[in-house]
Design a protein around this ligand. Structure first.
Ligand SMILES: [Fe+2]
Length: 405
């Protein structure tokens, strides 16, 4: 998506004969918005329509939890057990019509290929590294990477080691670089928190000529349809265009800081359909002598806010730990816990790393989320007020101030 790329062999012009050993290759235009949006053109050894067996269809089941009370929530995900693979192991936490947010701790390797046929995906790699093998080529990934996979990209995870731990976003919309970061030609502007050099397309195209029986699981019509094809799905000899998977490391996000507090949009990393994904990275805090370097209380009247805590010292939130997720739903204000604003004054930096997703429509919760809910977080402002006198300071240490809560 970010800029033009080319891998392997492509003919001199579009839509002309392109042969290998005398055989006409199959040209596929994979594009958005009915031939007017971004596209890539792929050259296959075989027709991408060729199916030898139509296997099963598995509908997606979402086990909804309808809490009896509306409240702030804290889900502890770190100790969940690995299960499934990089696709079947995705355990849905919360969702709406725009985005599904899942935790994935795969235990097994995929013995099939996968394609999201009806949505884009962002996989945030909290732990682990490996290669996402794709029809566009091999895409190495490492801890801290956002792996952005557009719809239509057949792929297979090949983890280098275990454990692997991902936070997965799936959307029927597009995952895009925020519009305000790009000029009218698409180039990332000065002032954007990342640049094209931080975006990593597939490193290498590998054309696989193997024949046999290859299952391809396609997410489509709210389920997974498996097709068996008689050629390896990575049969592309070349492609070019603007549509392909890519990675961006959260560690390459350049934080924007200010003399007084910067609002969450300064941390925006991606834009989605009615949601945003933001990266909260280690950085210097607000430097005005009068500044309160943690956020003011706020009511995002049209948003739900999910924050996933990746690493750092979360001393500013009692009980919040690595792998915690807080959910501040719409309709309620939220802000720092008692004593913290006072304690933060004079602090100069934060070392915390977190991923936030703000949605513009309410999120539904699953029974999986229910089982991880600590059941106490909604009282934490009250309990902390009881435990610590005003200005008591909690356990803020200079490195533990989540700059957005
Ligand atoms: Fe917030």
């Amino acid at each position: 998506m970010p800029f033009y790329q080319r891998r392997g062999e492509v003919p001199r012009k579009r839509h002309v004969q392109f042969r290998e050993s005398g055989t006409l290759l199959t040209e596929e235009v994979m594009g958005l918005e009915g031939f007017t949006g971004n596209e890539s053109i792929l050259y296959h050894l075989h027709s991408p329509c060729r199916v030898m067996e139509l296997a099963g269809f598995e509908p997606i089941a979402r086990d909804e939890w309808l809490p009896e009370q509306h409240a702030h929530r804290h889900f502890k995900t770190f100790e969940t057990s690995p299960e499934g693979d990089e696709i079947t192991g995705r355990r849905l936490l919360m969702w709406n019509a725009d985005v599904e947010i899942s935790l994935c701790r795969p235990a097994a390797s995929m013995d099939y290929w996968y394609r999201n046929g009806e949505g884009d995906e962002v996989i945030f790699v909290h732990e682990g590294s490996g290669t996402l093998e794709t029809i566009f080529g091999d895409l190495p990934y490492a801890e801290g990477d956002y792996v952005v996979v557009p719809r239509g990209a057949t792929c297979r995870f090949r983890p280098a080691e275990r454990p692997q731990r991902y936070l997965v976003f799936e959307t029927p919309g597009l995952i895009e670089i925020p519009r305000r970061y790009r000029n009218q030609y698409g180039q990332l502007m000065e002032g954007a928190p990342y640049y094209h050099r931080d975006i990593h397309p597939p490193a290498e195209l590998r054309t696989v000529r193997e024949r046999g029986e290859f299952p391809v699981k396609v997410r489509v019509r709210d389920g997974y349809q498996t097709y068996v094809v008689d050629y390896h799905p990575f049969d592309v000899v070349g492609w070019d265009g603007y549509l392909y998977p890519w990675t961006f490391s959260i560690h390459d996000f350049e934080p924007i800081t200010g003399r007084i507090h910067q609002p969450p949009p300064s941390h925006q990393t991606f834009q989605g359909q009615n949601f945003v994904i933001c990266s909260f990275c280690p950085r210097k805090l607000d430097f005005d002598p009068e500044a309160v370097p943690i956020p003011y209380h706020h009511s995002n009247l049209q948003s739900e806010e999910m924050i996933y805590y990746v690493s750092g010292n979360f001393g500013s939130r009692k009980g919040v730990e690595v792998g915690s997720i807080t959910l501040h739903p719409s309709g309620l204000p939220h802000g720092p816990q008692p004593g913290l604003a006072e304690a933060a004054i004079g602090m100069h930096e934060t070392h915390e790393l977190a991923v936030m997703c703000d949605t513009f429509q309410p999120l539904k919760l699953t029974t999986f989320a229910r089982d991880l809910d600590d059941g106490r977080y909604m009282y934490s402002w009250y309990e902390n007020a009881q435990a610590d006198g005003p200005g008591d300071g909690d356990d803020a240490s200079g490195a533990g101030l989540t700059s957005h809560l």
